[in-house]
Design a protein around this ligand. Structure first.
Ligand code: SF4
Length: 416
């Protein structure tokens, strides 16, 4: 059973995901987040960049990512890395320790009744009878749905509950969720801060749900609930629902119940696998077509439908002249097939020595290319085409889409 405050969003939705076998599955985003946290922790401890990298064992390949982080991420008050334990049988909580590096068992966690969780920063303001908890998450735009605002965020509610139960003189807890948005290339883009405040009374429904779910987990029962959290579920390969899909496709069910197939099974099942792939494609296309008429509500604050996106293309011939006159060091970005892409610009930027980078605008690779595209746009070197990609989006994004000027309907071949 591997449940902690940080995976409560999935576990509260699908209790079996906590008690099914969980083969080790390291996810890149999780690795990045772990190193990001460790680095900020090192900086909070007063270490300079190099010392923090070394002390926290952060691989060299994350050097640029850590350098791009703003200081505000570690200039916070309070105690860092506070671990709590919530006793779901007795509805009590205690502070388990500081900077435990998730080694809860060594700190005396009672697995049969206690649920652990760590919050990045915690503070108690006794005179004001207020507590404060703060958590830092390294995310990408695509993974944002996993981090709802504090009042709907199980990890934040868990930390607030533990603090209110372990320091009874507090009347409320302020929650602050700091979302550090990274690009797909692990470069810092922006910080979003979401806040909320709760009292013990506000937390009554959450406590009830937590106790019921933990009883289900302990007794190995509960309903399977598929949802976006399945993508990174550690029990995915042993999940009845997911394995059922594979069973329905393979002639011989996988003996272990896991996603392990033998060459013989592949030989037998390949025609059906390909047919299933085709059927999925047809079904997804039908869903896209339906959503073209009206966005499809997915429950909660999520929708599925076409989302307009501006595709920017640099006019290569004009750019070549512009670069030759103004930025000759960027000429290699005009590729042999006379194309300039954001990728080719980034590639050339990465090869430039620091003074040349500063001359063309400086900054991180991602922020530079963004700013440089604005410059090229202003110089009339960019053509813009709106395409539509079908994807999931939130209510808030939908409001922004509705407020935007109407876009051309999606062309049949413009799919994401
Ligand atoms: S894959 Fe989804 S449905 Fe299956 S156990 Fe995990 S969260 Fe539950």
């Amino acid at each position: 059973m591997k449940v902690s405050g940080s995976n409560l969003l999935r576990v509260l939705n699908c209790a079996p995901s906590a008690w099914l076998p969980q083969p080790n599955r390291l996810i890149a985003a999780a690795v990045r987040g772990t190193h990001g946290h460790a680095y900020c922790q090192g900086r909070r401890d007063g270490l300079e960049h190099d010392a923090a990298m070394k002390a926290r064992g952060i691989p060299e390949k994350y050097d640029a990512m850590m350098r791009s982080l703003p200081e505000s991420l570690w200039n916070t008050g309070g105690t860092s890395e506070v671990a709590f334990a919530y006793n779901w049988r007795e509805d009590t909580a205690r502070v388990l320790g500081g900077d435990l590096q998730r080694q809860y068992d060594k700190a005396g966690l009672k697995r049969s009744s206690e649920l652990p969780g760590t919050i990045d920063v915690a503070a108690v303001h006794k005179e004001a009878r207020m507590g404060a908890v703060e958590d830092l998450k390294f995310i990408t735009e695509q993974s944002r749905w996993r981090y709802p605002p504090p009042l709907r965020n199980p990890q934040m509610l868990f930390a607030a509950l533990c603090m209110l139960l372990s320091v009874p003189e507090l009347s409320a807890v302020e929650m602050k969720l700091v979302l550090v948005v990274m690009s797909d290339e692990d470069e810092y883009e922006r910080t979003l801060i979401l806040t909320g405040e709760v009292t013990l009374m506000d937390l009554a429904p959450f406590r009830e749900a937590l106790q019921a779910t933990m009883a289900d987990v302990w007794n190995k029962r509960g309903e399977y609930m598929e949802g976006p959290w399945c993508d990174e579920c550690p029990a995915y390969c042993s999940c009845e629902h997911q394995v059922g899909l594979l069973r329905a496709t393979l002639d011989t069910p996988p003996a272990t119940g896991m996603f392990v197939v033998t060459p013989e099974q592949v030989a037998q099942a390949l025609p059906r696998l390909l047919a299933a792939e085709k059927a999925l494609e047809v079904a997804i296309n039908a869903a896209k077509k339906l959503s073209d008429q009206e966005p499809i509500p997915l429950g909660g604050d999520r929708f599925y439908g076409p989302v307009p996106e501006d595709k920017r293309t640099v006019k290569a011939e004009l750019a070549e002249r512009y670069f030759a006159e103004k930025y000759p060091e960027l000429l290699p970005a005009v590729q042999t097939e006379k194309k300039v892409t954001q990728e080719s610009l980034k590639e050339v930027f990465s090869t430039l020595p620091q003074p040349a980078r500063d001359r063309v605008g400086g900054g991180s690779k991602t922020s530079w290319v963004k700013n440089f595209m604005v410059e090229l746009d202003a110089a009339g070197l960019v053509s813009v085409k709106t395409i539509h990609k079908h994807r999931q989006y939130t209510d808030k994004e939908r409001a922004a889409l509705l407020a935007a000027p109407p876009a051309e309907p999606p062309a049949a071949n413009e799919e994401g």
